[in-house]
Design a protein around this ligand. Sequence first.
Ligand code: HXC
Length: 514
Amino acid sequence: MDQMTDPRVAALHAKQARAQEGGGAERIAGQHAKGKQTARERIEMLLDPGTFQELQAFMISPTDGENAIAGDGVVTGYGEVDGRTVYVYAQDFTVYGGSVSLTHARKIVRVQEMAMNSGCPIIGLLDSGGARIQEGVSSLQGYGEIFRRNALASGVTPQISVMLGPCAGGASYSPALTDFIIMTDKTSVMFITGPDVVKSVTGEVIDQQSLGGAMAHFTKSGVASFVAENEEASLALVRRLLSYLPANNVEDAPYFPPSDHPDRIDLRLNTLVPEDPNTPYDMRVAIEGVFDLGSFLEVQAGWAQNAVVGFARLDGQPVGVVAQQPMYMAGVIDIDASDKICRFVSFCDAFNLPVITFVDSPGFLPGTHQEHGGIIRHGAKIIYAYVEATVPKISVVTRKAYGGAYVVMSSKGIGADLHFAWPSAEIAVMGAEGAVNILNRREISQAENPEAARAALITEYREKFANPYRAADEGIVDAVIEPAQTRAVLVAALRALREPARQMPSKKHGVMPM
Ligand code: HXC
């Protein structure tokens, strides 16, 4: 009798096969008919072939009695992505709509804890109707246990959530506590209260996708870090995202040999900034010109587009990139841009990624909507996040850096390690028009030709202040650099700053303004 025909092994195989059926062939067909894959098919797509090791596949919910289904609606375990271990859980919509019982929750908690203890990323593949209604409070207890591990793991190992179906109620809060949310277009939705509740409370009639679909969260709420066109693309994006990240907060991010030379010159950058200070240009051109070719992965690209954040590599080393986008609202800083920048800088700091900042902002967005919405506390978060970051911080002023926008965007004053400027930089307390109106009001009103006097004073102010040389004279700017040479300058800067010995004052934790 060989091993395969041993009745005990055969019984194990039969039990495994039953567990793999989840909610059964009919429900699996239903899942496929909706253009969705099963939990196991998704795990196969995510991980390196043949690396998945399942855990607790036979666990059942004690409240289900005879109807208990092995695995209880979630497949958990570990495997590899590009040869690096990750922990994973995938909810199985064919079992009670992927809803979360206490057993289901504890399977997730098990891999959350293993990921944290072994210093590996955790990936959640979500497709769930939320708390399992027939279980009552114990399913809520389960959610609480998951949320607790999400919060504890924050800053210890990267946490990524992939939304692959309806994710109602509690199914939205766990992802909200993780570092990145990838939503699959057209098939995923996230909401705290669904369309029926919205209608009964507010009278508004709205469909699921408009309320909480991928595009709603990618462009309006900022909840989705990424949107991908289908499940395959969502899971491929997880693999790409992981390539920029260390496995945990004490490791360095993986090095990838660049295809381009560290001294690559990009002559386009010398003329990228238009002569006219009010003409926009695309900051992404600067980013492409500086970082390793094809390495930029933008995060939250559809929301608060006046700010640009994302990962890139500089001579093979992953870094975080923060920038303004002059093409969108002139790169002004508003509430959403503040949230976007603050969170990204904080993530980079937690996972040892140097932060490189490109500055071109006329200032903070004025108006009652912004003031009453709390731009003061939101803008303050940017300062807080940069100051708290102990990773290397390098900034490059490409054009406007006026007043508060100058200070908050990784200025020397708040702790940039190296601070560069292009010759087109304008570093001053405020723009020429505003400054002249305040400083020269009397002179202008008394002039024979007030408009001509104003124009002359504006020109004079621009010549005097709207350049990087006053900041360079005072040593605040470390070097005014030729734009085409920016890559070589930043590569050298990063090498010089590899190990910053920076200590924060001893404290339990600070209190970030929110
Ligand atoms: C138990 C559930 C379930 C749930 C779905 N099912 N959600 N079972 N508990 N929460 C079951 C259905 O009964 C059905 O079983 C099967 O899963 C598939 O569901 P369908 O409704 O047929 O699928 P679909 O039309 O695709 O709609 C999916 C859905 C919808 C949008 C998720 O099922 C739905 O609205 N579910 C309830 C969502 C919800 O309100 N959850 C509670 C949130 S409160 P059969 O046997 O018929 O196939 C919460 C509290 C935590 O989560 C808060 C923490 C902060």
